[in-house]
Design a protein around this ligand. Structure first.
Ligand code: FES
Length: 587
């Protein structure tokens, strides 16, 4: 507990104050605030003296530097348009920290703009998690506000938080607002894919797709459907790592800024009376989060991310937990890509707190998150979904049946694969067809554009070498329809891969097949024309090739070369399977 709230005795300290007797007293303070994590010069008094000298150079007097320190992450980058309003949010968090008597100190970390990273932002999620963890450990702070937003940032921050020994509060930049194009409401990025599919099918001209391009993402903020960013923000709130109501206020609104101010204030309280992430990230917290994930029809990427966070938090969470909870929980939120609405609609309907109210009978309401108030007490103040809206549904009036997410096993994925049933075509959930195999997303893109490709709607498109080891697990699993079939009106086919897909995507797409092909899993052994059978109701995914033939193919298989150097090599050498969260094995 913080034992010297506010200014230390005799250290009112203002700009230009000299260090005298009182300064000597200040150098005796215990290892909290700015005296935490001292740089090592072999003399702690000297280290504190030097630190204060440099803080003075930054304009901080002794009154300020004796306050509880709240570190705040800054993920601004010109390479991340989703975070372009983060500066304003940072200012509000700082305002909250100052008003509560703390000292806010902002520090930058990697930004991870989803659409600007090659081959995929997922390759850098663990790097951001490690960077954030190390900077919290190395720098002086009594609590941390982690501000994120774009897809991989919140997962990385939750992973870092799970191993932090100071309180952490997550907050996000919030979703974008929607726009319209020719009278149609649209937003990033389910509609990005819908319009692109129309363009590939020849239903939109070059000029029209250019026009759509300028209309999809019109404000600051994250993709405004229930994609990965929205899913992970909602799950951070459900886990209790974000103050209630923080997942949904749109980025350009005052409500978003006010939530930031409240977050800053609360961080100072937590600095004084700590509640540590490992006390928040408990088994009940994950059970509650799985309920919310299922009710949202959230992104399949959340499976990998939650597994990684739980592993770091020391909570035993497995793929089968996702399937179990999903089977018991109906789809209750009507948002794209599983439904029709956008995040601003979810927000107006009450957001995550109202969804939690619907789920209350199946939640652990004794859980206490960073607000410090047990979930049950919070929900006593929340009303059931209002009758004027249809975005958040009552349990007995769902958008879809239980089972929005399914975990499959079988000879093609003995260690598991996932499918987002709520975004798949019902008529393809049981399907058998010949495989058409692609060794990379680039090969798939080239061949699927070939008007002479010998492909039928019955084919099962198989993409490999796209798992965590193979290529960092890009969102390439939602392969585009072959141009030839798209022109005939085919909008969905069974697609199978060891890749991920964007949370904004839809289709009958089986993902995260484990073990992945780059380590010699069954995906590596599939050949064109092999029969593949998908049976979602039976939770099966099978390669219908006899074992003797597969053993002979396995004996001839050669592993791909590792990346030559740097982070990519370290990642490929140490990354865990998707079924364990794809964290690095030494973290
Ligand atoms: Fe940043 Fe979608 S690209 S959240």
């Amino acid at each position: 507990m913080w034992d010297a709230p506010g200014a230390a005795p005799g250290l009112a300290g203002g700009v230009g104050q000299k260090v005298g007797v009182n300064g000597a007293q200040a150098r005796q303070v215990s290892a909290q605030g700015i005296s935490r994590n001292l740089s090592s010069y072999g003399d702690d008094g000297f280290s504190r003296y030097l630190r204060n000298a440099f803080l003075s150079a930054a304009g901080y007097g002794r009154e300020e530097s004796s306050r509880p320190v709240v570190g705040i992450t800054d993920l601004r980058s010109d390479y991340n348009p989703c975070h372009r309003q983060m500066g304003e949010l940072l200012d509000n968090v700082k305002r909250g920290v100052l008003a509560a008597g703390g000292l806010p100190l902002v520090f930058p970390t990697a930004s991870l703009g989803e659409t600007f990273l090659n081959p995929t932002s997922m390759l850098y999620r663990n790097m951001l998690a490690m960077e954030t963890e190390e900077l919290v450990r190395a720098q002086p702070m009594d609590a941390v506000v982690m501000l994120g937003g774009c897809d991989k940032t919140v997962p990385a921050q939750l992973m870092a938080a799970a191993v932090c020994s100071v309180p952490v509060v997550i907050d996000v930049v919030g979703p974008m607002l929607t726009n319209t194009w020719r009278g149609q409401r649209l937003g990033a990025c389910t509609d990005c894919r819908r319009f692109w599919a129309q363009y590939r099918a020849g239903d939109l001209t070059e000029l029209e797709i250019d026009d759509v391009e300028g209309s999809l993402a019109t404000t600051s903020g994250t993709c405004m459907v229930m994609g990965t960013a929205s899913t992970m923000a909602s799950l951070a709130e459900a886990l209790g790592m974000m103050l209630p109501g923080g997942a949904t206020p749109p980025s350009p609104t005052g409500e978003r800024l006010r939530h930031g101010t409240a977050t800053g204030r609360r961080a100072v309280e937590l600095a004084r009376v700590p509640l540590l992430p490992r006390e928040v990230l408990t088994r009940p917290a994950f059970e509650n989060a799985l309920r919310v994930l299922s009710a949202l029809g959230g992104s399949t990427n959340a499976v990998v991310h939650l597994l990684a966070v739980a592993r770091r938090a020391g909570v035993r969470l497995e793929l089968d937990d996702f399937d179990r909870v999903s089977r018991e929980t109906p789809l209750l939120v009507d948002l794209k890509p599983s439904g029709d609405g956008y995040m601003e609609d979810f927000h107006r309907a009450g957001g995550v707190p109202v969804l939690l109210k619907v789920l209350e009978p199946v939640l652990d309401t004794s859980h206490v998150g960073v607000s410090g108030v047990p979930l049950g007490e919070q929900l006593d103040r929340i009303a059931a979904p209002a009758s004027w809206q249809r975005v958040i549904r009552a349990w007995d009036d769902p958008v879809g049946n239980p089972g929005a997410l399914a975990v499959l096993r079988g000879s093609l994925a003995p260690e598991g694969a996932v499918i987002k049933v709520s975004a798949a075509s019902q008529n393809l959930l049981v399907h058998e067809g010949p495989a058409m195999v692609f060794d990379s997303p680039e090969e798939a893109a080239r061949r699927l554009d070939d008007p002479d490709l010998d492909v039928t709607p019955d084919h099962v498109l198989v993409l490999r070498n796209a798992g965590p080891v193979g290529s960092g697990m890009p969102e390439a699993g939602s392969l585009p329809m072959p141009r030839k079939l798209a022109a005939l009106g085919v909008r969905d086919m069974v697609r199978i891969s060891d890749a991920r897909m964007s949370g904004t995507s839809y289709g009958t797409v089986v993902l995260h097949c484990c073990p992945e092909s780059a380590v010699g899993g069954p995906m590596a052994l599939v050949r064109d024309g092999d029969r593949v059978r998908l049976d979602v109701p039976a939770r099966r995914l099978d390669l219908l090739v006899d074992e003797e033939e597969l053993a002979s193919r396995s004996a001839a298989w050669q592993p791909p070369e590792l990346p030559a150097r740097g982070w990519r090599r370290l990642h490929a050498q140490t990354v865990l399977p998707a079924s364990q969260g794809a964290d690095l094995d030494f973290l």
